[in-house]
Design a protein around this ligand. Structure first.
Ligand code: LLP
Length: 427
């Protein structure tokens, strides 16, 4: 699952003692394991090897330059959703042909940047976007390669905020309309509409939903081909699970066992856009206990990390396993379970300093006793952790470090108060 483990009662990332990292770089601190990123990436590649699928890492899950550079050396392609993400992948030297660009609201400037860079595929989400893209490409005397994102109207059975494949969401084009869109743009010289993209949500543990949405998409492709359209690619999106509690998510091999047979023999270039399944288990958030207090039955452990560092619990009620980095009596958790309750533990809420009741990292957890100054680890925070962090309450964002064996690299320095105000100073 990952390379975070307790050695002699102290949490290590690969070979590095996490308490030493916290002393050196301060807290809150994101710590990533390079080996875990590479392992999870390789598992996806191996699982889909028989299709020679292009693994387009979804940059939004964790967009640090060093992690993008690492995945670039692994041979990944990249899924971006903004001009900013495009700038990041270009910054680390990604071949633009290996970039796919999704998103319901690409601005003209973003489309121009992507056209000028010469990216591999635009994943277009509406007729109007196609019209504007065609216009901008023709102005530049270029041809944009485009996949149409379809909305298969399939329920991925995940949180409603991260459900994207149902008709009532803003994503993609309805399947019945999709065929008409292909017809309308078939002869537009500045776009080559030759692919279909589908992404139903995140995380999706219900593999049947992928099967359903891919079958619907393949039916559309069959109809398009029968109508004389040349379709060369299918992009089946991301959403593959990560392990937040033990080993609850399907593995890359489980997904592939159901998805690969559908795509074999279709003569389509297959693309996937995994994000979370590569980075979630590869990162943890380390926080230091500031105070403890109780209120009635409740015990609060107040730490220096907050919803500004990891918003997933506040936003989706997401579960992240939490445990002291160096627990008393070397009390090591046998599993990272939801309801783990060992002898000698106390029931607490782990909360941050932000002035919102929604500012919590973990609720009603049985933790070994912690005191002021103790470090806590919030596990499986590598995806949508730092990348969704913000400066609310004027809190500088955390630092990030990448560990590889016994080597440590600071990959993002901690923000300073100067960083907070620099863009607002008058001349
Ligand atoms: N492709 C597209 C078009 C997407 O919209 C997404 C994620 C992905 C791929 C990657 O999905 P993944 O493999 O990482 O599950 N902030 C939420 C997740 C939002 C996902 C947005 N789109 C969370 O923290 O759970």
């Amino acid at each position: 699952m990952d390379h975070f483990s307790f050695k002699h009662g102290v949490l290590h990332c690969e070979s590095v003692d996490v308490t030493a990292l916290a002393s050196r770089f301060g807290t809150p601190l994101y710590v990533y394991s390079q080996q875990t990123i590479v392992d999870h990436y390789n598992r996806m590649v191996t699982a889909f090897e028989s299709l020679s699928a292009n693994m387009c890492y979804s940059v939004k899950s964790c967009s640090n330059l060093s992690i993008l550079a690492l995945l670039n050396t692994c041979g990944a392609c990249f899924d971006v959703v903004s001009g900013g993400e495009l700038a990041r992948v270009l910054e680390v030297g990604v071949d633009p042909k290996r970039v796919v660009f999704a998103g319901v609201g690409k601005t003209d400037l973003e489309m121009i940047a992507a056209l000028d860079a010469g990216i591999g595929w635009f994943n277009a989400e509406s007729e109007q976007e196609l019209e504007i893209l065609a216009h901008l490409a023709s102005q530049r005397g270029t041809i944009a390669q485009v996949a149409l994102r379809v909305n298969p109207d399939v329920d991925p059975q995940t949180h409603h905020h991260t459900t994207t494949g149902k008709r009532e969401t803003k994503f993609g084009v309805d399947l019945p309309l999709a065929q008409r869109v292909f017809e309308a743009f078939a002869k537009t010289p500045s776009i080559n509409l030759a692919g279909v993209h589908v992404h139903i949500g995140s995380p999706v543990h219900h593999i049947e939903a992928y099967v359903d949405s891919i079958k619907r998409t393949l039916d559309l492709i069959a109809r398009l081909r029968a109508g004389g359209h040349t379709i060369t690619s299918i992009n089946v999106g991301g959403g593959y699970g990560a392990h937040y509690t033990g080993e609850e998510a399907p593995t890359a091999a489980d997904y592939a066992a159901n998805i690969v047979p559908l795509l074999q023999g279709t003569k389509l270039t297959v693309m996937l856009e995994p994000g979370r399944s590569i980075t979630a288990n590869a990162g943890v958030l380390i926080a230091r206990t500031i105070f403890k207090k109780s209120s009635g039955e409740k015990q609060f452990v107040i730490v220096d990390a907050a919803m500004t560092d990891l918003i997933r619990p506040a936003l989706y009620d997401a579960f992240h396993f939490a445990w002291p980095v160096a627990p008393v009596k070397e009390m090591v958790p046998p599993q990272r379970k939801h309801d783990l309750q060992l002898e000698g533990t106390e029931r607490v809420d782990i909360v941050g300093p932000v002035c919102e009741t929604g500012d919590f990292l973990a609720k009603d957890r049985w933790l070994p006793p912690v005191v002021r100054g103790d470090l806590l680890c919030i596990f499986s925070s590598g995806a949508y952790g730092f990348s969704m962090s913000n400066q609310y309450n004027s809190r500088p964002r955390a630092a990030e470090v990448l560990v590889h064996g016994d080597k440590v690299k600071l990959i993002r320095r901690r923000e300073t108060y100067e960083d907070l105000v620099a863009l607002e100073r008058s001349e």
